[in-house]
Design a protein around this ligand. Sequence first.
Ligand code: PLP
Length: 387
Amino acid sequence: MPYFDANATTPLSPAARNAWSEAIDTAWQNPSGPYRAGARVHNLLEKAREKLAAILSCEAKQIVFNSGATEGVNTIFSYCASRGELAKRPVLISPFEHPCVVAAARRFFDDAVVEIPGSREGRWDVVAAAEAVRGQNVSLVALMAANNETGVIQPWREIGEICRDAGVPFLCDASQWAGKKPLKGIGEAGFVTASAHKFGGPKGCGFLVVPKNVTDFRGLVGGEQEHGMRAGTENYPAIAAMVAALEECEARLQSPRVVEERLKWRQRFESDVLQRLPGTRIGGHNSERLWNTVFLILPQGANDRWVRKLDRAGFEVSTGSACSWGKDEPSHVLTAIGFSPEESKRAIRVSSGWETTEADWQAMADALVIVAKEMGSGPGDVEVIRL
Ligand code: PLP
């Protein structure tokens, strides 16, 4: 069954599964245990941290293992909001951020959250953001590395540098970048968050990078785990699996051919759909996007009907961010780039994984054409669509 919702989550990769099952059998002890087996797990944990630090271009001690991006983002905003006078300054965010960034910003900074607009092509405006950063004292700037709905690559390197020069904390949510683009250099950008389950690792596991100059970061409080930055017994088997999954993705990303090939499959799919379903549009069409993501705005029919019909035909896609499913709200990402709420209700996100084949992409295009015909023929859902 072709799975096209990899931006929501991915299956556990074989490398992650092996690492997890080995660790759960042989390194299950508490890393803080006062006996040799505990010390051994502690050493393994620190080795995993070093491997991850090498991938991210930061120091091992900057890495906090946690439950994923939502926790990372919440703890960063909570930390910035606790910084006395500095916390009274506004927070700048892009209009494309994930709901966890938007909600955490509002929760901790209330009406001091300033949204700086982006382009019609779904990319944050570096000039406007730089002006805003330099023109006022700011508590934090948040910009994701790549968007979860459109896949548009964001100018996080430029914004990270601007923030560094201005002495302003920067948060880069790398949830969609990790595992799909090389992470080299990102650990120098500022705070960085990601979730393992987006790149073949287990759910409920992720990491946060704390900038070198931040010495008083406290995420969860309690025990002294994670160098005092996140209390709670470390889930070493999950961490081992996450690092193995990421190493596997990074190794694949070393081969330009592998990535180019996948980008071509996505591009062919897009041309095919645009030609066979006239009136279809693509969110962020002319921007550089992740090789796996297409946000289609279809010419007709509500997106939840498309999703159900495609599901019955054997194709799993979504209407956008997994957190927005079931909410009767248009995608804030599409609204921010100029699509009407009505157009946004016709949007479906198609996002492939490493295991997706060229034939899967072709079958996906055929399925869209068949479902489009069904959509045109009346409101009733089709039980089985033969392809
Ligand atoms: N940020 C982005 C860009 C995402 O796509 C997601 C998940 O969809 C998250 C953050 C939150 O990740 P998690 O639910 O694993 O905490």
